[in-house]
Design a protein around this ligand. Structure first.
Ligand code: MLT
Ligand code: MN
Ligand code: ZN
Length: 309
């Protein structure tokens, strides 16, 4: 099974168009320690010809441009190796790449009923012709074969499981508890290769690690996990926002209540942070925080990273 990191950054990318935080400033100035990143998404393939996107970033067109495996493989006509898109939630940085996938191309979308409802209710997604683009429901806490537009298996299954989180920012209802979030608004994904049973997890948004999620991850070969911020109050401290990571539905990395501490006892073989916000000091190549994360067994993903499982 081959995994390509199309984008490693959280919403906004790195640098973000309107951001002049210390990290973005370095990136704008071309400092080689601050490598630019597009917004988070990975691609997975078992057969090397048909690919699944896990989330579709607004930077998808740019991501395809740099990865020949995702470009049309035929001479003449229309073709895409992208056979399906599997969504973890309805966040703008995870779904708007779908809008770049119009142009009468057949593929499937796999997502929770909650995310499907959000897509179904938003008429802009009608740019995806329903005759060609099938929206498939992923039952929560269950395993489903991942199918292309012809109904053929891509050679792996997806297990979609509930993780702590919230409804997409653009759907928040401030008059309701938890902003109107309900189960299925954010899920984690386990991808399992059918022929070998090899598996990995993709969890780009997760607000906490309760025992049932920790138990799923225990002993895993590979986990991509929410690397949005280093500290809970990072957006406030860098002067770019008023929200904590927890308010945004994300765990932070450092300290006794951070994700690194929560993962320590789980015996996971390879741990990779993804969906990294532009304010996060781990993005800077020589930062003490990046060294700290490495020392604790975490890799920081980057655009173009390849993992073979
Ligand atoms: C998030 O990860 O919290 C979202 O992408 C927020 C947003 O929509 O900007
Ligand atoms: Mn995001
Ligand atoms: Zn910034």
């Amino acid at each position: 099974m081959k995994i390509l990191v199309l984008g490693a950054a959280a919403g906004g990318g790195f640098p973000q168009w309107n951001c002049s935080c210390p990290n973005c400033r370095m990136a704008w100035e071309g400092d080689p320690r601050a490598r630019p990143l597009t917004q988070s998404s990975i691609a997975v393939s078992v057969d090397g010809t048909r690919w699944a996107l896990l989330n579709a970033s607004p930077d998808l067109r740019q991501q395809i441009a740099r990865l020949p495996a995702l470009q049309p493989q035929t001479i003449g006509g229309r073709h895409s190796p992208i056979a399906t898109v599997i969504l973890t939630n309805g966040d703008v940085d995870h779904i708007t790449g779908l809008l770049s996938m119009r142009e009468m191309q057949a593929f499937t979308i796999h997502c929770s009923d909650r995310v499907k409802l959000a897509l179904d209710k938003n008429a802009v997604f009608n740019v995806l012709n329903a005759q060609l683009v099938t929206r498939r429901s992923l039952p929560l806490n269950d395993t489903t074969d991942v199918l292309d537009a012809d109904g053929a298996s891509l050679g792996f299954t997806v297990t979609s499981f509930v993780v702590p989180g919230k409804i997409a920012l653009w759907l928040e209802d401030l008059t309701k508890a938890d902003f109107g979030s309900i189960e299925g608004d954010t899920v984690g994904l386990k991808i399992t290769e059918t022929s070998t049973g090899k598996s990995f997890f993709y969890i780009p948004g997760c607000a906490a690690l309760p025992a049932e999620v920790a138990a799923r991850l225990e002993g895993a070969d590979l986990v991509f996990f929410d690397g949005t911020t280093w500290t809970d109050d990072e957006m406030i401290n860098t002067g770019v926002g008023a929200k904590t990571a927890s308010r945004m539905g994300h765990m932070w990395m450092s300290g006794p209540d951070g994700s690194m501490a929560a993962f320590d006892p789980l015996g996971i073989k390879r741990k990779i942070f993804i969906h990294i916000n532009n304010t996060n000091p781990v993005l800077i190549a020589d930062s003490s925080q990046r060294k700290d994360a490495w020392a604790r067994g975490w890799e920081i993903s980057y655009d173009g990273m390849e993992v073979i499982l």
